[in-house]
Design a protein around this ligand. Structure first.
Ligand SMILES: [Zn+2]
Length: 94
């Protein structure tokens, strides 16, 4: 599943994200917004994964949003079902 590599490492220090480092901010048909927080270099990034006729597009940006803000925005922490769902989502998009 090569597409998952998009989000598996910190772009700044190559720290490999654990599921605790990843939060789902928004999930919609064909679109997932993720927030990743690196425990090693403390950088945060937002990633939007979109699917369409051309396949998967992902856009990531460094962000100043801290995890507390995310709690307020979404109220949801990622759980195992979300991870499974994300895998399925990416599988379906191939
Ligand atoms: Zn990092």
């Amino acid at each position: 599943m090569p597409n998952l590599q998009i989000m598996s490492k910190c772009p700044m220090c190559d720290f490999k994200y654990e599921k605790d480092n990843i939060r789902i901010i928004e999930k919609k048909e064909g679109l997932i917004t993720l927030y990743m927080n690196c425990t090693q270099c403390k950088s945060s990034l937002m990633m939007v994964i979109m699917t369409g006729a051309l396949g998967i597009t992902s856009v990531s940006t460094m962000t100043d949003i801290v995890e507390d803000d995310i709690e307020r925005i979404s109220g949801n922490s990622i759980d195992y079902d979300d991870v499974l769902e994300m895998h399925r989502f990416l599988e379906e998009c191939k």
